[in-house]
Design a protein around this ligand. Sequence first.
Ligand code: HMG
Length: 404
Amino acid sequence: MTSTVGIDALGVAVPSTCVRLEDLAVARNVEPAKFLQGLGTRVMGVALPDEDTVTLAARAAHEALQSAGVRGDEVGLLAVGTETAVDHSKPVASYVQGLVGIGSNCRVFETKHACYGGTAALQLALDWIRSGSARGRKALVICSDIARYGVGTPGEPTQGAGAVAILLGEAPRLVALEPGVSGVYSQDVHDFWRPLYSKDALVDGHYSVKCYLDALEGAWRNYRELVAEVPPAGSFFSDRFAALAYHVPYGKLARKGHQRLRELDGDPTPDTSFARLVEPGLVLPSLVGNIYTGSLYLSLTSLLACHPGSLEGQRVGLFSYGSGSCAEFFGGTVQPGAHARVRALGLMERLEARRVLGIPEYEAIMRERELIDERPAGAATETGAFGYLGVEQERRTYARRGAA
Ligand code: HMG
């Protein structure tokens, strides 16, 4: 048996350009309060034509390795969870391996199950470490996606783009994850999907909300059965957590999910714990939008970066949902020094430094992105290191770090 296993470092990449939902609402002739309060999102990241799932993943991976002081040859498993891959065959993870310099004695692959794909990879990687197969090496799991529903659709204000890289290992410095107790719930539903011919996701919006809430209920009931703990008098089962991170397609759904969870706990005022348990985890998601696989982990990063108090030594709960569907509820304990390590990434500063796009420019970028898979190499790039350079001889090409 191995010692404690969990998250040793995080890395986050978001595009350097964004749209304010207030501006989008005005352009779509919608009351801004609908997007800002009704959905609970303020800003959504918009990827430029020289960014894709690979560039975001590589930037996040580089940051996680740097933050941990871990070399590429210390990683024995590299998995990218994504639902917006760039190739039907070659995994995003192989591009990342080349770009960030992961050694050859490494398992490299991609996982898919809508927004749950990253969690599937994470759970698999944790078991790989706990089984002893890792032999002291780290696992690098990257959740990377560009969420796109199309201009003028109801889903448009719930877009976003970004990646979260999660370095996993023994004696983790951020969050030790509970072994063996994980509540799972899955169903064959058609709430959200993306046919092979389409760059835009299709969604049965209100039904997808119902599916999310039903899956949360199923995973939570399963988790409670496995933990089988009676809460102390005067508290509810979910008070075993000092904070909760949910999958956040938009902040309002995390709020609704939390209400459902507290109702299941028997809390007669299910919204009163929202500010204490959930709100710090929504700060970063409300400034980035839905990043699909990375969304839950951006919420966890937000808890560690933006919580007004300290979560160190305390338990946090994590709820992952992927349409289609699969959901999982699991937990872990925040390690000493975790807040300082995550704050050192300077995420808020980076988000504040983004260029805000006007709506015509955003729409032009959306049109240009339609064609990025055929973009000829040699087009202008703004992104720099790891930027997407276009296609040459049917092969995607990327800028290398340090290359002239
Ligand atoms: P809609 O139909 O345009 O919006 O689309 P609505 O009419 O439902 O309004 C949204 C909220 O704003 C409502 O709040 C309104 O009351 C409120 P609620 O009643 O739900 O509490 N509202 C206002 N509030 C304040 N002032 C106002 C005002 N007007 C209205 N003036 C929908 C909303 C989410 C359906 C749409 O954006 C959509 O289809 N989004 C994409 C799908 C999605 O995000 N689904 C979430 C669950 S599925 C999931 O999480 C998986 C996913 O991440 C993908 C994956 O797994 O890969 C999506």
